[in-house]
Design a protein around this ligand. Structure first.
Ligand SMILES: *Cc1c(COP(=O)(O)O)cnc(C)c1O
Length: 420
């Protein structure tokens, strides 16, 4: 072989190694952004992309086979959350479910002259941006403080509700810092006061117990890709008797509440994923909490680092830290080089220079909020991966600080540490 050929071979080998490092030896710790589909979910979907391809609205047998799959999936999903099949509307995901829930409650309120909505400062943008749109229409929005631990108190909700309040929307668990909200108590208050209660349960599904009847929930949003189901499919649960405003007009699918031919493969895949997640929920949560706490303990050893959100009342797989004197984006890139997929916050804000609205809502200063790291676990993560990740983060944080002018000022005392 010529020299040239050998060099080519070598560069091919390096490419191969880099490929392996990036794609196979990867440690995926961004499960709040999206998850890998479970085998059960993929397997459930396949026949509906192939053998059973009818349109559920068609009267012939091919259509009826699809209609049966649709109603079966609807019933199984309803069972998982303590709802009736008729109370389950399929949407394109969590964002659409949030939009439709809020718009529908607003239209119901508007008819009665009630144009006040209560929510929190750290909701997902699918909620916040919909509320901003309504504000431009003349609705009044109260965003409740979530305190330094990232938890709203039921009493705040009770105090904020007025005669003209038409909706309370508070997420079940936060997507950035994982904190769990007292939704059952909030639902009870809303029920007493006759106000519709919606909760974005996208992060909670599969990790926390959901029973819409026991938890006094009128509307609830789910998204399959957050619990190992396919992307682009979600659920809006709506309590019987509450009329929905369609966001998509057209055919009579979903009892006229959401037009468009149903995405049968995705719906069936979502049902399989949700059932699987709910069946193993308690065991998974126990294992994830142990891994989470190990990761938190490891990262807490880094000087001038702080955990964001309550240490106990948080999702089993959520870890979120701020490190003083570094910049989150460089941290993510260097971790990626070490094979770790992490996030600085929500997938929606990454890429923009604004600090996370969630971290600002819990009172982190702008500079501190810029140095954030979110690691979100799944059932697939192992203890070895956690050990490796702790070491990698320690190394990268120390490396970034070694040439950070802010860090130099902090260490020399020219500037005061905000994280002790
Ligand atoms: C991911 C997410 C959404 C959006 O769901 P999509 O299915 O991606 O539209 C909404 N709310 C929360 C809390 C989320 O984490």
């Amino acid at each position: 072989m010529s020299d040239n050929g050998e060099i080519l071979c070598l560069s091919e080998a390096v490419k191969q190694i880099n490929f392996l490092r990036r794609h196979i030896m990867r440690i995926y710790l961004d499960n709040a952004a999206t998850t890998r589909m479970s085998r059960a979910s993929v397997d459930a979907m396949l026949p509906y992309m192939d053998a059973v391809y009818g349109n559920p609205s068609s009267l012939h047998s091919a259509g009826q086979a699809a209609a049966e799959a649709l109603s079966g999936a609807r019933r199984r999903i309803a069972d998982c959350i303590g709802a009736l099949p008729k109370e389950i509307i399929f949407t394109s995901g969590g964002s659409e479910a949030d939009n439709q829930a809020i718009i529908s409650a607003a239209r119901i309120g508007q008819k009665k002259g009630r144009k006040h909505i209560v929510s929190t400062a750290f909701e997902h943008h699918a909620v916040l941006h919909t509320l901003q749109k309504l504000e431009k229409e003349g609705f009044e929005i109260t965003l409740l403080d979530v305190h330094e631990n990232g938890i709203v108190w039921p009493k705040q909700v009770a105090d904020a509700i007025r005669e003209d309040t038409c909706l309370v929307t508070v997420m079940y668990a936060n997507n950035e810092i994982g904190t769990i909200q007292p939704i059952k108590a909030i639902g009870e208050i809303c029920r007493e006061k006759g106000v519709i209660f919606h909760t974005d349960a996208v992060q909670a599904a599969g990790h926390l117990s959901i029973n819409v009847k026991e938890q006094n929930i009128d509307m609830l949003s789910l998204s399959a890709h957050k619990f190992h189901g396919p992307k682009g499919i979600g659920v809006l649960y709506v309590k019987e008797g509450i009329p929905l405003t369609p966001l998509i007009e057209g055919g009579a699918q979903e009892w006229g509440r959401r037009a468009g031919t149903e995405n049968i493969p995705a719906i069936v895949g979502m049902a399989a994923a949700l059932e699987e997640a709910c069946t193993h929920r308690e065991d998974n949560a126990k294992r994830l909490c142990a891994l989470r706490d190990k990761l938190i303990a490891g990262l807490s050893q880094i000087p001038h680092a702080i955990l964001n959100g309550d240490a106990a009342d948080r999702l089993p797989g959520n870890v979120n830290f701020c490190f003083e004197g570094i910049e989150g984006e460089s941290l993510l890139l260097l971790l990626d080089d070490k094979g770790i997929c992490a996030s600085s916050g929500s997938a929606c804000t990454s890429g923009s220079l604004d600090p996370s609205h969630v971290l600002l809502a819990i009172g982190r200063a702008h500079d501190i909020a810029h140095g954030s790291l979110r690691l979100t676990l799944s059932e697939e993560n192992t203890e070895e991966q956690i050990v490796y990740t702790v070491e990698a983060v320690k190394e990268v944080v120390a490396y970034l600080r070694s040439f950070s002018p802010i860090w130099r000022d902090l260490v020399s005392g020219r500037r005061e540490f905000m994280i002790k």
